[in-house]
Design a protein. Structure first.
Length: 172
């Protein structure tokens, strides 16, 4: 149950910069308006709400220790998200789509993220101080580890919680 909630929070953190980009473009095109303010407030709500949801939810999951056999940084994979965040800027002097279209695009993007393992490669996690690592566990399986620490070398054992089958978060 909690891991589904955390996955949803991570999807919401992925969508927040998209709404922030839309707010900026709307502000640039028409100044302070109802639409730009609404998009900005939605972005702020998604940032703050998902941060607290993920922070509280990760404390409810079962903690376990595991020996790590290999580790490498995966922070560079976050650049794949930047294209989505830049889409609103590609619309030059055209009016932006209405709320229903923006919501439809956000829902489609969110569903795809929720059902894939790429939602953890999310630049917003860097704002929260999380780093991404691809790790190899002692049983040979490869997982993604979210950690606030900068890990150098292979640590002996790490306490973590499982967010999904292949995604772990280091326990604070």
């Amino acid at each position: 149950m909690y891991s589904k909630l955390i996955r949803l929070c991570l999807v919401l953190t992925s969508l927040a910069p998209l709404f922030l980009s839309l707010a900026f473009v709307l502000f640039r095109n028409s100044g302070i308006s109802f639409q730009s303010t609404t998009m900005g407030c939605v972005a702020l709500f998604l940032f703050v709400g998902s941060f607290f949801c993920a922070k509280c939810g990760s404390k409810k999951l079962e903690v376990f220790s595991e020996r790590i056999e290999g580790i490498k940084s995966a922070d560079s994979k976050v650049f794949s998200f930047l294209l989505v965040y830049c889409l609103p800027f590609l619309i030059k002097n055209e009016p932006l789509p209405d709320y229903a279209t923006c919501l439809y695009i956000a829902v489609i993007f969110g569903v795809i993220l929720y059902n894939s393992n790429c939602l953890y490669f999310n630049p917003t996690l860097g704002i929260f101080g999380l780093h991404l690592y691809e790790i190899v566990l002692k049983n040979g399986s490869t997982c993604v580890l979210l950690s606030k620490q900068t890990l150098r070398g292979v640590p002996n054992e790490i306490q973590m919680v499982r967010l999904s089958e292949y995604v772990l978060m280091e326990k604070e």
